[in-house]
Design a protein around this ligand. Structure first.
Ligand code: SF4
Length: 482
C-alpha cells in the first residue's frame, strides 16, 4: 500500500547474443523491465569489433529514439535500467559501464548490491585503481583488470569471489556475452532463446515482449558464457545456502513473469490463499478489494479461498507523471488521490477486506484508508500478504532506515490504530514460506531457500558498518553490525 514510499527495485538487466537487431530488442527488453528501475537506462552493443554505448537519466522510452538505436550496431547487446540504492543518481552511475583496457573492451551491468563494496573499493584504491562512479559494476571491472589471467572465464570468477552480497551481472565483450548469478541467488536471472540467438533477462516478461522462449533460470553460483559456438556453463563457486529474495515474489517482479521456478501471479495468489486460511473461524466481510496493481493477485487468492467476492473497489490511475501542480486550497491526501480513487457506489456501507502487499512507513496506507473511509466504507479489515517489514534490505532493494519502518517501531494493533483500520493482519512467516515453497529437504535436514531478512533481521551475510552508513541507516543494527 505504501505506493508513495514503497520499496523500490534496484535494476533490471537484459542481454542478447547473435541477432541482427540486438540493440532494438535490448531496448524492448529493458522497456519490459522498467518497473525495476526508472532513474536511468543504458545499452551497449557490439558489432564484433567495437562496443558502442548510450546511457542517460530518465525512462527507457524517452532515452532511446530510433536514431540512437541505429548507432548501436551489431549482433549482441546488453541493457540496464537503474534505481539507485547505493551511489547517487547521476549519469556517471548509469549502466552498463564500458571500459577499454589492456585486453580490449568490456561492458558490465548488474542487479543487486554488493555488501562489501566499500572495503573492496578502498583496497582497490590502495592498489592504484581510480574510480569514476560509485557503482558496484566498476568495482567488478577493476577486480577483473587486476586479475593476472587474461581469459575472462577465469578472471570473472576470480573477481566475483571477492564479492559478498547480491549480483546478477552481465558482461559484454566484442564477441562474447557472459551472465553470472551470485552463489546465494538473490536476484533472478533467466536464459532464453530467440531463433538462433540467446537472451538473458532479470525476468521473463522481457522475453515475452521480444518473442523469446524461456529455457531455464541461470542457477545461483552459475556463470554462462555465450559465443557463436553456443552456451557453456561454469560453476566456479563453492555451494552456499540459497537466499533468493522472497520479496521478488511478494511484490517486485511483474505478475506475468516466471522467476525462481514459478509464476509470480500464481505465487501471489497462494499468498492470498494463505492469508485467508489464517483468518479466525467465522470471519466475514462483504467484499475483498486490492490496492492495485501489485496486490491484485493476492486479493484474488484471498477471495477464492474465503468465498468472499472480489471487487474492483479501488481504481489506480496509470497516467500520473513525475510532477503535478496541487491547487492552492489543499485537498486531503492529494498525492495519494492522484493515484487511487475508490468506487463509491460499490463500497459505501460495505465491510471490506483490503489486501495489500506491504506496509513500509505507514503514511500512504493511512491516506488510502482515509480515502476509502470517506467514500462511505463500513468496516475495513486490512490484510498484508507478508509479515511486518522490520529490517532494511542491503541486497538491492531501496528501503528506508529501520527507524522509519513502522513494523520495527510499533506492534500490529498499534499500526492498525495509526492507519485507521478495524483490524490488521499480516501473513505469518510460516505462511509465507509455505506459500512460496521456501523449504527444501537437504542432507542436513530442511533448509530455507529464500532470504527473508527484512522480516527477521537474519541477514545471510555480514553487514558492514560503512556500508550501512552509506545506506543512511546508522543506528539500530546492534550486534548485526560487522
Ligand atoms: S532483505 Fe528482504 S528485500 Fe532484501 S533481499 Fe532479503 S528478502 Fe529481499
Amino acid at each position: 500500500m505504501e505506493k508513495s514510499y514503497y520499496p523500490k527495485e534496484a535494476c533490471g538487466v537484459f542481454g542478447i547474443f547473435g541477432h541482427p537487431e540486438a540493440a532494438t530488442l535490448t531496448y524492448l527488453g529493458i522497456y519490459a523491465l522498467q518497473h525495476r528501475g526508472q532513474e536511468s537506462a543504458g545499452i551497449v552493443a557490439s558489432d564484433g569489433k567495437r562496443l558502442r554505448q548510450h546511457r542517460a537519466l530518465g525512462l527507457v522510452n524517452d532515452i532511446f529514439r530510433e536514431d540512437v538505436l541505429k548507432r548501436l550496431t551489431g549482433n549482441s547487446a546488453i541493457g540496464h535500467v537503474r534505481y539507485s540504492t547505493l551511489g547517487d543518481t547521476s549519469l556517471a552511475n548509469a549502466q552498463p559501464v564500458k571500459v577499454d583496457y589492456l585486453r580490449g573492451s568490456l561492458a558490465v551491468c548488474h542487479n543487486g548490491n554488493v555488501v562489501n563494496a566499500l572495503p573492496l573499493r578502498e583496497e582497490l584504491e590502495q592498489r592504484g585503481s581510480i574510480f569514476t562512479t560509485t557503482s558496484d559494476s566498476e568495482i567488478i571491472i577493476h577486480l577483473i583488470a587486476h586479475d593476472e589471467d587474461d581469459e575472462l572465464t577465469v578472471a570473472i570468477p576470480n573477481a566475483l569471489k571477492h564479492l559478498e552480497g547480491a549480483y546478477s551481472v552481465l558482461f559484454l565483450e566484442e564477441n562474447r556475452l557472459l551472465a553470472a548469478r551470485d552463489p546465494h541467488g538473490w536476484r533472478p536471472l533467466c536464459l532464453g532463446t530467440l531463433g538462433n540467438a540467446f537472451v538473458v533477462a532479470s525476468e521473463t516478461c522481457a522475453f515475452d515482449l521480444v518473442g523469446a522462449t524461456y529455457e531455464r533460470d541461470i542457477e545461483p553460483g552459475e556463470i554462462v558464457e555465450i559465443t557463436a559456438r553456443g552456451v557453456k556453463s561454469f560453476r566456479p563457486f563453492e555451494a552456499v545456502k540459497p537466499a533468493m529474495c522472497i520479496f521478488e515474489l511478494v511484490y517486485f517482479s511483474r505478475p506475468d513473469s516466471y522467476i525462481f521456478g514459478r509464476g509470480v501471479h500464481e505465487a501471489r495468489k497462494t499468498l492470498g490463499v494463505g492469508l485467508a486460511r489464517e483468518e479466525e473461524p467465522g470471519f466475514a466481510a462483504d467484499m475483498v478489494i486490492a490496492v492495485p496493481d501489485s496486490s491484485n493477485s493476492a486479493a484474488l487468492g484471498y477471495a477464492e479461498e474465503s468465498g468472499i467476492p472480489f471487487e474492483l473497489g479501488i481504481i489506480r490511475s496509470h497516467y500520473i507523471g513525475r510532477t503535478f501542480i496541487e491547487p492552492e486550497q489543499r485537498i486531503r491526501a492529494f498525492g495519494t488521490r492522484l493515484k487511487y480513487n475508490p468506487v463509491r457506489d460499490l463500497i459505501a456501507g460495505k465491510s471490506l477486506v483490503i489486501v495489500d502487499d506491504s506496509i513500509v512507513r505507514g503514511t500512504t496506507s493511512r491516506k488510502i484508508i482515509d480515502i476509502v473511509r470517506n467514500a462511505g466504507a463500513g468496516e475495513i479489515h486490512l490484510r498484508i500478504s507478508c509479515p511486518p517489514w522490520r529490517w532494511p534490505c542491503f541486497y538491492g532493494i531501496d528501503t528506508p532506515t529501520r527507524e522509519e519502518l513502522i513494523g520495527s517501531r510499533l506492534e500490529v494493533d498499534e499500526i492498525a490504530r495509526y492507519i485507521g483500520v478495524d483490524s490488521l493482519k499480516y501473513l505469518s512467516l510460516g505462511g509465507l514460506r509455505r506459500a512460496v515453497g521456501g523449504d527444501v529437504l537437504t542432507e542436513e535436514g530442511v533448509a530455507e531457500r529464500f532470504c527473508s531478512a527484512c522480516f527477521t533481521g537474519d541477514y545471510p551475510t555480514p553487514i558492514y558498518e560503512q556500508f550501512a552508513k552509506d545506506m543512511m541507516t546508522p543506528r539500530l543494527f546492534g550486534d548485526k553490525m560487522f
